[in-house]
Design a protein around this ligand. Structure first.
Ligand code: TRP
Ligand code: SF4
Length: 329
């Protein structure tokens, strides 16, 4: 039998998934289910590395994460969807891997210093935060993952994971495959204000936004600012709306938008209404699935519990190999 390769990825629980998260990562996760055996999880222990002093948002954000992943199309029959903290082997393996991880490797991860500088209001001089990549390595190798879909921001974490794997395999024998990065499409998704869509800029559209939220969000978008009058020709390349047409309108429609904009045959308000129609049509099924889960909180917890039980079974097989290779009893 030709076993499928294994893909693993985790979502930090930071609240509702927005269209930037969706196009940058989650849509790829959904599509990868066709080709790979996928394990996806909510990285709530990772959330603790930066939010340990105020954990009040984690539970809701975790539930939001699961609901959005399922609404987006993560199929819990095909993929294992679980909660990191409900699979205690992650903590156990992270501790073991920590024994063989040189401090210098961790201090040299670029995101380590960057985050400390960026999140000045938080004290990140903790053992847990320094160990972020060790925990992430445990997440990955726990399921013998072959591929990790990554964005640019996670490349250095995957690199250190590969180094830890090589060191482990070198010391104790070949236990883990070296995880490879899977570079997936990540089309540009600007925020409402034209900067990158990000929660910290408060410029997002939620994946499960209501039709009205989509409408008011698109209406508030900045278009080609050089286009002062309706009769001025526009340039889609500098318009914030155009990337959304490329994601939500057909190729034929995009060509029409492009030419009608450049010849001033369409005005920006009509162009926005056109986009709103297409976005709402595409988002409606996701919105419905999300609403069904909102109405059934028990089901959401059940999804996580079932997935976590499956993950624990896989994890205990790995831990048996690990303790054996390390010659623990
Ligand atoms: N660090 C990842 C992020 O910030 C989340 C994450 C945790 C992860 N463990 C992982 C991603 C394992 C891939 C594989 O998005
Ligand atoms: Fe942007 Fe459409 Fe206006 Fe052109 S017509 S500037 S693409 S909103």
């Amino acid at each position: 039998m030709n076993r499928k390769k294994i893909v693993l990825s985790g979502l930090r629980p930071t609240g509702r998934v927005h269209l930037g998260n969706y196009w940058g990562a989650i849509k790829n996760w959904v599509d990868l289910q066709e080709t790979y055996d996928c394990r996806y999880f909510i990285a709530d222990i990772h959330a603790l590395t930066t939010s340990y002093s105020d954990t009040s948002a984690i539970r809701t954000a975790t539930l939001d994460g699961v609901k959005d992943l399922v609404a987006a199309g993560i199929d819990t029959e095909k993929s294992v969807l679980f909660l990191q903290s409900r699979v205690p082997q992650h903590a156990e393996l992270a501790l073991f891997l920590g024994m063989i991880t040189p401090l210098g490797w961790l201090e040299r991860v670029p995101t380590y210093k960057e985050q400390i500088d960026q999140l000045k209001e938080k004290d990140l001089f903790t053992y847990g935060f320094l160990g972020y990549p060790v925990l992430q390595t445990a997440d990955i190798v726990m399921y013998m993952a072959n591929f990790v879909p990554v964005g640019k921001d996670q490349e250095s974490h995957l690199e250190i994971a590969r180094e830890i794997v090589r060191r482990f395999n070198g010391m104790y024998g070949e236990v883990f495959p070296e995880p490879q990065p899977l570079f997936t499409p990540s089309p540009k998704v600007p925020g409402l204000d034209g900067r990158k869509m990000s929660k910290s800029y408060d410029n997002t559209i939620a994946l499960s936004a209501s039709a009205e939220e989509v409408r008011s969000g698109v209406m508030s978008m900045v278009t080609d600012t050089n286009r002062v009058r309706r009769s001025d020709p526009g340039n889609p390349q500098v318009c914030n709306l155009f990337p959304f047409h490329q994601l939500y309108s057909s190729a034929e429609e995009v060509a029409v938008v492009d030419s009608e904009c450049r010849t001033a045959a369409r005005g920006c308000v009509d162009c926005k209404k056109h986009l709103i129609r297409n976005m709402n049509a595409a988002l409606e099924p996701i919105r419905e699935r999300r609403a069904a889960l909102d109405a059934d909180p028990k089901r959401v917890v059940e999804i996580l519990e079932e997935g976590s039980a499956r993950a624990r079974a896989l994890a205990s097989e790995t831990m048996a190999k690990v303790t054996d290779a390390m010659k623990l009893l």
